[in-house]
Design a protein around this ligand. Structure first.
Ligand code: BEZ
Ligand code: FE
Length: 278
């Protein structure tokens, strides 16, 4: 066989994938090869850099287990998670509440809580906060019986899943149902900015590229209702640091809210949610 040129090598690999039975898998893998080869050509990847890349990916795999998802952190910090979210959930008319990334600290099956109940099961400080709003369709019609699932960090910066044996596992998370007027109400604490876990290869990459690991303060919120598209989103605190440099590119202006004192020891955050019909 004649010696292949760089371009012929790329074409040959793509050609070998032509037999992939699934058209979607064929499209994805062929595009991946095309872009990988183009990347190596663009930067003129050296032997040493190739090996370093393999070592980085190996370390990323070794860091990953049931509770630590270093691959998702990598995707998040490279903006890939936000891009995939935009591709799949952009509401071109801009009528529904905007989505943002899920993050690694979501735990399904949070406890059901009553309207206005507190998610605080372990007090380590934090400014008492009432989060409330109405869930509607895109015409402003309230949706009774919608599920609001919230999770957030404590005043120390940690989520309950990051501190087993310290925080109870269901601390600062819960599922709520909207009432007959579509309203929900949650008692919680003000979230604080926090660094994403940066003691692994992704943290090293952030440091080597002169980036910080911080996320702007936020409460995570999922909303769902029969007949509507489910929503995965955040509520950001307008007074938070890092709104302009969130390390995982999750901030959207439409999701920034005020946390306002009611003069009675509580902060109030109003956040209405608009869902799209399926
Ligand atoms: C979070 O918001 O919980 C999160 C998102 C991405 C990486 C780390 C944490
Ligand atoms: Fe978070």
């Amino acid at each position: 066989m004649d010696r292949l040129s760089e371009d012929e090598l790329t074409a040959e690999v793509i050609n070998r994938l032509e037999a992939t039975p699934s058209p979607r898998l064929r499209l994805v893998v062929q595009a991946l090869v095309r872009h990988l080869h183009e990347f190596a050509r663009e930067v003129q990847l050296t032997d040493q850099e190739w090996l370093e890349g393999i070592a980085f990916l190996t370390a990323t795999g070794h860091m990953t287990d049931e509770v630590r998802q270093e691959w998702i952190l990598l995707s998040d910090t490279l903006g890939l998670s936000s891009l995939v979210d935009m591709i799949n959930h952009s509401d071109v008319e801009g009528l529904a509440t905007e989505t943002t990334i899920l993050g690694p600290f979501y735990v399904p099956e949070s406890p059901w809580r009553e309207f206005g109940e507190s998610t605080v099961e372990y007090d380590d400080g934090g400014e008492p906060t009432v989060l409330k709003g109405v869930v509607t369709d895109r015409d402003g019609k309230p949706i009774p019986g919608a599920t609001i699932d919230v999770w957030q960090n404590a005043a120390t910066g940690f989520y309950a899943v990051q501190q087993p044996g310290v925080q109870p596992p269901t601390n600062l998370r819960g599922r709520f149902l909207t009432d007959e007027n579509g309203r929900y109400e949650v008692r919680c604490v003000r979230p604080v900015p926090y660094p994403i876990p940066d003691d692994g290869p992704v943290g090293n990459l952030l440091r080597r590229t002169g980036r910080h690991p911080w996320r702007a303060a936020h409460i995570h919120i999922k909303a769902s209702a029969e007949g509507f598209e489910s929503l995965t989103s955040h509520i950001f605190d307008r007074d938070s640091e890092y709104l302009g440099s969130d390390t995982v590119f999750g901030v959207k202006g439409s999701l920034i809210r005020d946390f306002v004192s009611n003069g009675d020891g509580w902060l109030v955050c109003e956040h209405d949610v608009v869902l799209s019909r399926k």
